[in-house]
Ligand binder design. Structure first.
Ligand code: NAD
Length: 251
């Protein structure tokens, strides 16, 4: 029987983050469901509670240092020291380079990269003190390059280097850090992509599935199960890895 641990999952109001939060609760973790909008995150908290788990909704902006400090302090006080961190919050501001605005670049880098940095820096204090911790950063197959996503690809590739550095620095304290790089996962985020490309969501999903070796698009549960493994007690010798969860090999 492993100890009851507290996890923070960012961007957990919906999509992949909601599935991860629910899965970690099913794994016996207490889960802080962190997202921008307090009303939106209530659904995930209710679902975890309905299934018999313990969850705390925390409204915070991961790109804001004061918001992150307050959120992590609140989780520590109300659930217990957070020793599991899943940096999942994300946004898209896609455009071809020549049309990309400064604000599109800054917003994406701030949420994905600065957000992961601020959260990890705040949580590592608790992990180092506990001499145990798990960090999972959500990268993407777009880290390998994707048309219209210079900002997002840079952030997602940056997260891979960030992950490996955390693994090196925090490993001596019993803390592992890994990244998951999802391929096409059917969530609301990709509705924005379909709209930008001028196709319906179903058309986008069907054309993507045809190109994926397992002939389907991914589900939030596919990413939640990989996160469950990386955050398990058993995964203590797996660190600094990038796991592509994309239905086939990536270049
Ligand atoms: P989503 O848009 O459905 O959910 C993202 C969540 O993050 C939202 O609830 C949003 O409110 C929250 N968020 C955004 N900015 C925030 C901030 N500053 N502070 C706190 N919360 C914030 O997206 P999703 O598809 O579930 O994606 C989750 C993660 O997985 C993202 O990092 C995304 O880049 C990554 N990813 C998704 C796919 C995919 O195919 N859907 C593929 C690869 C990687």
């Amino acid at each position: 029987m492993s100890a009851i641990r507290t996890a923070i999952v960012t961007g957990a109001a919906r999509g992949i983050g909601a599935a991860i939060a629910t899965r970690l609760a099913a794994d016996g973790r207490q889960v802080a469901v962190l997202d921008l909008d307090p009303d939106a995150l209530a659904g995930t908290v209710e679902e975890i509670t309905r299934l018999g788990g313990r969850a705390l909704g925390v409204a915070a902006d991961v790109s804001d240092a004061a918001s992150v400090a307050a959120a992590v302090a609140r989780v520590g006080a109300e659930l217990g020291p957070p020793t599991i961190l899943v940096n999942n919050a994300g946004i898209l501001r896609d455009n071809l380079l020549f049309k990309m605005q400064d604000a599109d670049w800054d917003a994406v880098i701030n949420v994905h990269l600065r957000g992961a940095f601020l959260m990890a820096r705040a949580v590592q204090t608790h992990q180092v003190e506990a001499r145990w911790g798990r960090i999972v950063n959500m990268s993407s197959t777009s880290a390998l390059g994707n048309r219209g996503q210079a900002n997002y690809a840079a952030a997602k590739a940056g997260l891979q280097g960030f992950t490996k550095t955390l693994a090196i620095e925090l490993g001596p304290f019993g803390v592992t850090a890994n990244a998951i790089a999802p391929g096409f996962i059917a969530t609301d985020m990709l509705r924005e992509t379909a709209a930008r490309m001028g196709v319906t969501y179903d058309e986008l999903r069907e054309s993507a599935a045809a190109e994926i070796p397992v002939r389907r698009t991914g589900t939030p549960a596919d990413i939640a199960s990989a996160t469950s493994y990386f955050t398990s007690d058993e995964a203590s010798f797996v660190s600094g890895q990038v796991l592509y969860v994309a239905g086939g090999p990536q270049d």
